[in-house]
Design a binder for this molecule. Structure first.
Ligand code: PHE
Length: 344
């Protein structure tokens, strides 16, 4: 009997000071298992007189129950502690400064595109779009560049198959717009978008670049309208003091064709490194829409005339923001992009 009580006391004290669920389980196996001290004490039962045996049985059962209960209580306590510890270790300090996510800004090409859209929409133009994968028919034929035309060499083309290609300029959108108008003017559109040429990439050339086409069709449209429009473009994009200069040029889809220079905004026309000492910077190609283009696209060229221009967006952005490498536009480098965050 004393032995039983001793076992119980020892067990309860060990359970009480136990700190892990594993140790507790070991205690359970030891005290309540078949090879434990309880079992050993029970063995002596068979040598006892009958009347003592009953009491001994009762006491030993009680001891077993007490130990079992102590183990169960301890188990609940240890499990609760484990949960509390886990929660403590997982707390989030909401006052800690968070990780800074890099945020970009509007891309300079998008900026220039939006400035052009604002400028021309303000003058009553609408914005049109056309496909970047274009047919030979639209990119060349309707632009008065037949198959054997030497001007096809000027525009090294990415062909997809014999008839499909990546558009080499935004001029085919002119044909889409003209055909949709079914011979009825007036038309005033700009068409910004991506263009592709098989150029070797370097600081000023990229196989993918962007243009903004302009097309105006109406009755009695003259070269003076074109000049006035481009003058306004020059002043709004590069400053009120800018002037423009037209030089004769050649494009199959315009006649006459001009190359348009803007007086250098860096030196006010005196001559500097930016304008290579000439005082003028070339920015775009333009001209009066070739009557053949009008006729091919369903317009009566006796009744309607018009002008068209094509602006290189990279060129404008490079001049305007002093960017000296065209590849920076496509580099997705936030250090480059973020320089333009507050320029406009
Ligand atoms: N499409 C010409 C080019 O890509 C630019 C241009 C457009 C010239 C419209 C005249 C009229 O070089």
């Amino acid at each position: 009997m004393d032995e039983l009580l001793q076992i119980k006391e020892e067990a309860l004290s060990k359970i009480d000071s136990c700190t892990t669920l594993k140790d507790l389980n070991d205690l359970r196996v030891f005290y309540l298992g078949k090879k434990g001290p309880m079992q050993a004490a029970m063995k002596s039962m068979k040598n006892m007189p009958k009347d003592q045996r009953a009491t001994f049985g009762q006491v030993s059962n009680k001891v077993k129950q007490d130990i079992t209960k102590a183990i169960e209580d301890k188990k609940v306590q240890l499990e609760e502690e484990a949960i509390i510890n886990k929660i403590k270790n997982e707390t989030i300090d909401i006052a800690l400064p968070s990780q800074q996510l890099p945020v970009g800004t509007i891309h300079p090409l998008t900026m220039v595109k939006e400035q052009l859209e604002d400028l021309f929409v303000g003058m009553g133009y609408t914005v049109a779009e056309g496909p970047e994968v274009e047919t030979d028919h639209f990119n060349f034929e309707l632009m008065n560049i037949p198959k054997d035309h030497p001007a096809r060499d000027m525009q090294d083309t990415f062909y997809i198959d014999e008839n499909l290609l990546m558009r080499t300029h935004t001029s085919p959108v002119q044909a889409h717009v003209l055909l949709a108008a079914k011979g009825e003017g007036p038309i005033k559109v700009i068409c910004p978008g991506k263009t592709y040429r098989r150029d070797d990439d370097d600081a000023t050339h990229s196989h993918q670049f962007s243009q903004c086409e302009g097309l105006v069709i109406g009755k009695n449209i003259t070269m003076a309208d074109l000049t006035g429009t481009l003058e306004l473009f020059a002043k709004k994009m590069f400053g009120e003091k800018r002037e423009i200069r037209l030089r004769p040029s050649y494009f199959p889809f315009t006649e006459p064709s001009v190359e348009v220079d803007i007086s250098c905004f860096n030196c006010d026309g005196k001559g500097c490194a930016m304008c290579k000492g000439t005082g003028w910077i070339e920015v775009l190609g333009a001209g009066m829409v070739n009557p053949r283009v009008l006729e091919m696209c369903g317009f009566d060229s006796e009744e309607y005339q018009g002008f068209a221009f094509g602006i290189g967006l990279e060129r404008v952005a490079m001049l305007k923001y002093g960017i000296d490498n065209i590849r920076d536009f496509y580099s997705d480098d936030l250090r480059f992009l973020n320089q333009f965050a507050r320029k406009d």
